[in-house]
Write a protein that binds this ligand. Structure first.
Ligand code: ADP
Ligand code: MG
Length: 152
């Protein structure tokens, strides 16, 4: 399975890389975003979401658990499960419906929802490297493989 690694010099580079990945996505698509607090997961999501012709603000869904972007070309659901106390909450919020459509699901802190989430197409891991960040992407399905191959 394909693994890609890039260093991102600043927040603009993180946004730009989100945009680059967006250009080769195919729906439905599930992306897990792992990495410590402040590693750049939301910044990366911002680039991705904005590239689907969304000019508004992309805020962190830490308190709402999910922020929907129902756009012309795609429905995007941006999750942040950091504050999820009990994974059963995902059942109550109707998590299955988010996975059933032709949607793009971006999921920060997927490890908090183990057992309740569909498997990812792409696993993204962000890390601190000095003042910068690094991003590692792993394909986790045939679709993910195709998307990442298009990036290289
Ligand atoms: P997370 O969602 O992983 O908690 P955020 O996306 O909210 O992290 O980013 C936290 C901070 O890191 C923000 O201030 C953002 O501007 C900054 N940041 C993002 N990417 C980079 C980068 N490549 N280099 C330096 N700072 C970055
Ligand atoms: Mg975040």
């Amino acid at each position: 399975m394909t693994e890609l690694y890039f260093e991102l010099i600043d927040a603009d580079a993180t946004v730009a890389f989100g945009k680059k990945l967006a250009a080769s996505l195919e729906m439905p698509c599930i992306i897990y975003l792992e990495g410590d607090l402040g590693a750049g997961k939301t910044t990366f999501s911002r680039g991705l979401i904005q590239s689907f012709n969304y000019q508004g603000n992309v805020k962190s869904p830490t308190y709402t658990l999910v922020e929907p972007y129902e756009l012309e070309s795609v429905n995007i659901y941006h999750f942040d499960l950091y504050r999820l106390a009990d994974p059963e909450e995902l059942e109550f919020m109707g998590i299955r419906d988010y996975f059933s459509g032709n949607n793009l699901c971006l999921i920060e802190w997927p490890e908090k929802g183990v057992g309740w989430l569909e498997p990812a197409d792409i696993l993204v891991n962000m890390q601190y490297v000095d003042d910068h960040r690094a991003i590692r992407l792993n394909a986790n399905s045939a679709r993910g493989e195709k998307i990442l191959s298009a990036l290289t």
